[in-house]
Write a protein that binds this ligand. Structure first.
Ligand SMILES: Cc1cc2nc3c(=O)[nH]c(=O)nc-3n(C[C@H](O)[C@H](O)[C@H](O)COP(=O)(O)OP(=O)(O)OC[C@H]3O[C@@H](n4cnc5c(N)ncnc54)[C@H](O)[C@@H]3O)c2cc1C
Length: 393
């Protein structure tokens, strides 16, 4: 029967394409479907159009999951170096931007084209704008139905990703299928997402829109030292995106705007050595001018440093070294890079990504409760989990 396949993969994103390639190489008859018209859209827009496709420092500690050890098997079966070998085979030029993050020199589109070419070489049948009306199982067969056709397969792979950026195709489809088959799905939340604030802080962010500083952003014992960006909606930049994956409603976050300096000690020394110096100028020399002005204004600190009380110096210093703020929320799935939570890893074999309850049913990529830090880890998870399922589907 022409609609009979060995493997049907739903979702032609990073994980789905990798899985299709690997299953195809094993001479499995593979159908890869996506409801969106464009394939690999998330890859194309990723990393500012240059796709941060992996990270040299990939290891399990860079992932959030209810079971952080779950990622180990897949990451060791298909490593960052395996993906780099594939990139090299296609002569795609890349560079390390910072912290082990690898980006294409030219365009993320090269990755999409490479994956499509590999699918073609592996004889994968690809269908776009494929709208599924129902999925079912009878004995060892899976049925994927559209309005006018039914497709059958031995293995069914769910690679429909998370909820972030719905305008390029994200849906809750994968979670719903997991629930339909009786699998536990953990609460989902937007992650790697800008944070929003009350009016007072928002006003400050608006005044400073576009300004970026190297900051340490921390929450409980987790901290990130990377760039932080003021925007007209709140705070963003790598350090904020990273902490957002750990932030829950009600939590305070602490920001050190000048990690290299103990400001209180520094100001005390200044007061001793140069009492006539203007506090605005002192802060303006160590922080960007606009930020310094706002911090001095908000703390009502002006005039010669000798005139400032210890209490005021302390308040000013705290505002720079330990600025504690309470986000009111995040920008949500509209701008989140990833989705926290998803299919509970305890439902899946970490070696194969197959459901423990249903032979032949696999979940891979972001739909699973595995979320990487910012820096290429989420794609590496997609490649690794896709590769693994491709060996067993
Ligand atoms: C703006 C942005 C930038 C990012 N940059 C990076 C980066 O540089 N590095 C990094 O590591 N990660 C990055 N990420 C995260 C990364 O893109 C994802 O973690 C990764 O794409 C997940 O792969 P996936 O295959 O699981 O899901 P996706 O790539 O999201 O693919 C899922 C596919 O399933 C399809 N689908 C959904 N519902 C259905 C349905 N009902 N029927 C059929 N098909 C369906 C979708 O159309 C989509 O094609 C970024 C994310 C965003 C939003």
């Amino acid at each position: 029967m022409s609609n009979q396949y060995d493997v049907i993969i739903i979702g032609a994103g990073a994980a789905g394409m990798m899985c299709a390639i690997e299953a195809g190489k094993r001479r499995r008859k593979v159908l890869l479907v996506d409801h969106f018209k464009k394939i690999g859209e998330k890859i194309r827009i990723s990393g500012g159009g240059r796709c941060n496709f992996t990270n040299l420092n990939t290891q399990s500690s860079k992932f959030l999951s209810q079971n952080p050890k779950f990622v180990k098997s897949a990451l060791s079966q298909y490593t960052q170096h395996d993906f780099i070998n594939l990139i090299n085979k296609y002569k795609i030029k890349f560079h390390e931007k910072k912290l082990g993050q690898l980006f294409c020199d030219h365009s993320a589109q090269q990755i999409v084209e490479m994956l499509l070419k590999e699918c073609e070489l592996a004889n994968v049948t690809l269908k776009r704008e494929f709208n599924i009306t129902e999925i079912d199982k009878n004995k060892n067969q899976y049925f994927v139905k559209t309005v006018d056709e039914t497709y059958l397969s031995q293995s069914l792979i769910i690679a429909t990703g998370g909820l972030s950026v719905p305008k390029i195709g994200a849906t809750a489809f994968g979670y719903n299928i997991a629930k339909k088959f009786g699998l536990d799905v953990l609460e989902t939340l937007p992650a790697l997402v800008p944070l929003t604030f009350n009016e007072k802080i928002l006003e400050m962010c608006k005044e400073l829109t576009g300004l970026s500083v190297e900051a340490i952003v921390s929450l409980n014992k987790v901290l990130f030292q990377e760039g932080m960006l003021f925007t007209h909606r709140g705070l963003s930049g790598p350090s904020i995106l990273q902490i957002s994956s750990y932030w829950k409603q009600g939590d305070d976050i602490t920001i050190n705007l000048l990690p290299k300096l103990n400001i209180y000690q520094f100001l005390e020394e200044k007061r001793k050595l140069n009492p006539k110096l203007d506090i605005g100028n002192i802060i303006g020399d160590i922080l960007p001018k606009r930020l310094a002005q706002i911090i001095c204004r908000d703390n009502k600190a002006s005039g010669n440093i000798s005139e400032l009380s210890n209490k005021l110096l302390k308040k000013l210093s705290d505002n720079i070294n330990t600025w504690i703020i309470n986000p009111t929320g995040s920008e949500g799935y509209r701008t989140a890079e990833v989705t926290l939570g998803g299919v509970n890893t305890k439902e899946l074999s970490s070696k194969t990504m197959m459901s423990k309850k249903h032979e032949g049913l696999f979940f891979i990529g972001e739909v699973v409760d595995v979320t990487g830090h910012l820096g290429g880890y989420n794609f590496q998870w997609a490649w690794s989990s896709g590769y693994v399922a491709g060996q067993y589907a």
